[in-house]
Design a protein around this ligand. Structure first.
Ligand SMILES: [Zn+2]
Length: 293
């Protein structure tokens, strides 16, 4: 125990030293795109921390902060959103001092009238529904599992087969489904502020214009998923089919499978069939949005 603690202290001070070096490198002028990429890519974790910290401070100062997992994840998502924007637009500002450019980009975002508005389509009922489901999924396991139901119309058996879960985990999936049906769905609709009439209207659109409804839902789902996947930086990266295959075959990464596949249409296609030990399980899933639980 003592040894572990001492090692912790050593590695912590090592990390601090690395960070100081990284930060000072970022303060120097970079004059080519290659140089920019190199310096910035080496400092991604530190820049993510920085942007997340600024976002938390902004929320605190504007009275929008609460000490809970929901707000932590919100700040983290926006931190990585800013980091992505910086990676894209930073190169056009060369020569620059990356750290100062980064700080000013975040500050500029926070001084906008509605700093966190990210997609106008997500304000319409279908967008609010899709966005609300994904938002809830990153803080509630029931809602996370429910994404499989709402995106593909699956029941517990199909979720278990797709994600390749063992007995104990399978039991939890049944419970997740039950709780979602009993009250999770209704509570989430209430939190989103979707009225009975709006929910009924979504159901109508789904029946009358199935194709258009689903392709619109898929587009919005991609926007929402990309945003909310950032809530778990460790589970964020998309994997290749062989990486997924290894995970399934060796039986590790259970959380990764459940979490990422629920929030990534592309990896669902990539990993399709791996959970069922090679036996064919029908065609690849297509998004068929279900409004009801
Ligand atoms: Zn993915």
């Amino acid at each position: 125990m003592l040894v572990t603690r001492r090692q912790d202290t050593v590695s912590k001070s090592q990390t601090m030293a690395d960070r100081t070096a990284t930060a000072s490198r970022l303060e120097e002028v970079v004059s080519t795109a290659d140089e920019f990429d190199q310096v910035v890519l080496q400092s991604l974790p530190m820049l993510l921390d920085r942007a997340t910290g600024y976002t938390k401070r902004f929320l605190r100062e504007t009275g929008q902060w609460k000490d809970d997992i929901e707000h932590e994840k919100f700040a983290l998502r926006w931190g990585s959103e800013y980091l992505e924007r910086f990676l894209v637009c930073g190169r056009s500002e060369i020569p620059c001092r990356p750290l100062f450019l980064f700080d000013s980009l975040v500050a500029k975002q926070h001084s906008k009238p509605d700093p966190f508005c990210y997609h106008p389509d997500l304000l319409r009922p279908l967008g609010r529904f899709v966005d609300g489901l994904a938002a809830r999924a990153v803080i509630s396991r029931d809602a996370l599992i429910a994404l499989y139901r709402h995106a593909y119309g699956w029941g517990p058996g199909e979720v278990i087969a797709m994600t390749g879960l063992n007995g104990l985990e399978s039991q939890r999936i049944y419970k997740n489904f039950r709780r979602w049906r009993e009250n999770g769905w209704q509570r989430t609709m209430d939190e989103m502020g979707l009225t009975k009439a709006e929910i009924a209207e979504l159901g109508n659109q789904q029946q009358r214009h199935r194709h258009r409804f689903n392709s619109e839902a898929e587009r919005l789902m991609r926007v929402a998923q990309a945003h909310y996947r950032k809530s778990e930086p460790d589970h964020y990266p998309c994997l290749s089919r062989s990486q997924w295959g290894e995970m399934f075959a060796e039986g590790y990464g259970c959380d990764y499978r459940i979490w990422h596949l629920a929030l990534c249409l592309d990896c669902m296609q990539t990993a399709w069939g791996l959970g069922s030990n090679g036996s064919t399980i029908g065609e690849k899933p297509r998004l068929e949005l279900q409004v009801r639980p």
